[in-house]
Design a protein around this ligand. Structure first.
Ligand code: GLU
Length: 440
C-alpha cells in the first residue's frame, strides 16, 4: 500500500485538537451560512466585537445583472451575472469570476467573504469580492463566450475598476476571458487600464508565474505543514483531486519536490498507482488530449470518492467545493489535508477531521498563492515595469511562508485548528482597518 508504514509513525508534534475550542457547527444548506458559522466560531474564540462581527456578516454590495447574448444559432439567450463585494476595508475588492451552472447569489456571497479573509491572511492591501455567470462554458462556442464576457463587463463597468474592484479568473475562466474583459472595460472607459483585472495573458499585462501560482502556493503550504509535522517530503504519499489550473500545477510542484503522488483525478477519470504516478507524463497526456485525464494509463481507474479516502499521507482537494462531507471525513486516512479548492470541506466535516487529529491547511491560506501573484501583477501594471519569473516566485514563496507562520501561530495561540487560526489572522487585520476608519 502507498507508504503505509508511515502511518504507524506518529508525527512528532502536538496536533492542534480543539476539544476545548470546538468548531462544531450545525448543518448548513447555504454556503454563505457555512462561512458565517466559521466566522462566528472564530469571532468567539478571538473575542471580536459584535459590531465588527456584524459588519463582516453582511456583504458590502451585491450586484446582479441580466446579460442578453446572441447565440451562434441566431437565438437570444439571457444569462444571469453576479458580483458581490464583501469588503473594501483593507483596499480595493479582489476576487475571481466563475462560469458554472451552479453560480448563484449564495455561492458568490460565500466566495466573496472568503476572498476578504484570504487577502487578509496573505497580507495583501485588498478587500474581497467574487463574481460569476450562470452558464455552462463547456457547451458554448468561443464566440459566444467572448460576447458573454464582454456584455457582462459592460454591465459591470461601474463596479469593476483598477482602484475599486479587481476581478481575476476562477472556475471556468482563464487569461482568455480576462483579456476580453480588459478590452471591453477599456472601450467603455476610453483608455488603457491593465490593472482592472489580473490573471491576464503574459504580453497583455499578465505576470510571469501567475498561471501556476495557486498550485505553487499549495506546494509551499504543504511543505510548510510537513515541516511542522516533522515529516520528510520524499517519504510521504499524496492524492490530488482536480487536474485543472490548481490541481495540475500543485501535483507537478509536489512531484518535483519528491512527494509520491499516488492518486490524481479530474471530472473524466480518477487514477491510482501505489508506486506513484509520473505527473510529467500525465500533464503531457492531458495537454495532448483536450486537457482531460480520460485514457491516461499511468494508473488504474478508481471511483472519484476513493481518491479522497485513499491510503495516503497528504490529501489535496483541488477541484470542487463541499467534496469532503461528514461521511467522507469519517473515512479519510490522510493525516494532512491541504485545500487547493475553495470550500472543499463542509463545516460539519471539519469537526470530524479535527476529532481525528487530521491537520487541515485551510483554503483561505492554502490557495492564496493565486491572489498573491495577482497582487504582484497589479503592482507591475501600476508601475508599468515587469519582473522576471524568478523574482515573482521568490516573492510569492516568501509571502506564502510568512502567511503560513502567522496562521500556524494563531492556531497555537488560540488552541484551535489552522482553519480558525486563519480566520483569526484575517479578523485581526480587518478589525484594525474597521476600527481605524471609524463609522458614520
Ligand atoms: N479566483 C482565485 C481565488 O479564488 C484568484 C483570485 C484573484 O486572483 O483575485 O483565489
Amino acid at each position: 500500500m502507498c507508504s503505509d508504514s508511515l502511518r504507524t509513525k506518529e508525527p512528532n508534534i502536538k496536533l492542534m485538537t480543539t476539544k476545548t475550542n470546538s468548531t462544531t457547527v450545525e448543518n448548513h444548506d447555504s454556503m454563505f451560512d457555512s462561512v458565517l458559522a466559521r466566522l462566528d466560531v472564530a469571532a468567539k474564540i478571538y473575542g471580536l466585537s459584535d459590531d465588527v462581527t456584524s459588519i463582516l456578516r453582511n456583504p458590502q454590495k451585491q450586484v446582479k445583472v441580466s446579460i442578453p447574448v446572441m447565440m451562434d444559432d441566431g437565438k437570444l439567450q439571457v444569462f444571469e451575472g453576479f458580483r458581490t463585494i464583501h469588503s473594501t476595508v483593507l483596499g480595493p475588492s479582489k476576487g475571481g469570476i466563475r462560469y458554472a451552472m451552479d453560480v448563484c447569489d449564495d455561492e458568490v456571497k460565500a466566495l466573496s467573504a472568503w476572498m476578504t479573509f484570504k487577502c487578509a491572511v496573505a497580507n495583501l492591501p485588498y478587500g474581497g469580492a467574487k463574481g460569476g455567470i450562470k452558464c455552462d462554458p463547456r457547451k458554448m462556442s468561443v464566440g459566444e463566450l467572448e460576447r458573454l464576457t464582454k456584455a457582462y463587463t459592460v454591465a459591470m463597468a461601474d463596479v469593476f475598476g483598477p482602484q475599486t474592484d479587481i476581478p481575476a479568473p476562477d472556475m471556468g475562466t482563464s487569461g482568455r476571458e480576462m483579456a476580453w474583459l480588459v478590452d471591453a472595460y477599456n472601450k467603455v472607459h476610453r483608455g488603457n487600464f491593465p490593472g482592472v483585472t489580473t490573471g491576464k495573458p503574459v504580453g497583455l499585462g499578465g505576470s510571469l508565474g501567475r498561471d501556476a501560482a495557486t498550485g505553487r502556493g499549495v506546494m509551499v503550504a504543504t511543505l510548510s505543514a510537513l515541516d511542522k509535522m516533522k515529516l520528510q517530503k520524499n517519504e510521504v504519499t499524496c492524492a490530488v483531486q482536480g487536474f485543472g489550473n490548481v490541481g495540475s500545477h500543485a501535483a507537478r510542484f509536489l512531484f518535483e519536490q519528491g512527494l509520491k503522488i499516488c492518486a490524481i483525478g479530474d471530472h473524466t477519470a480518477t487514477l491510482w498507482n501505489e508506486k506513484g504516478i509520473d505527473i510529467k507524463a500525465a500533464l503531457d497526456y492531458a495537454k495532448a488530449n483536450g486537457n482531460v485525464l480520460k485514457g491516461f494509463t499511468g494508473g488504474v481507474e478508481i471511483k472519484p470518492a476513493e481518491l479522497l479516502t485513499a491510503n495516503v499521507d497528504v490529501l489535496v482537494p483541488a477541484a470542487l467545493q463541499n467534496v469532503i462531507t461528514e461521511e467522507i471525513a469519517n473515512n479519510i486516512k490522510a493525516k494532512l489535508i491541504v485545500e487547493g479548492a475553495n470550500g472543499p470541506t463542509t463545516a460539519e466535516a471539519d469537526h470530524i477531521l479535527n476529532e481525528k487529529g487530521i491537520i487541515v491547511v485551510p483554503d483561505i491560506l492554502a490557495n492564496g498563492g493565486g491572489v498573491t501573484v495577482s497582487y504582484f501583477e497589479w503592482v507591475q501594471n501600476n508601475q508599468g515595469y515587469y519582473w522576471s519569473e524568478d523574482e515573482v516566485n521568490a516573492k510569492h514563496d516568501a509571502s506564502m511562508k510568512a502567511a503560513f507562520e502567522s496562521v500556524w501561530n494563531n492556531g497555537q495561540q488560540y488552541k484551535t485548528t489552522m482553519r480558525i487560526g486563519a480566520y483569526i489572522t484575517a479578523l485581526k487585520k480587518v478589525e484594525l482597518g474597521i476600527k481605524a476608519r471609524g463609522n458614520y
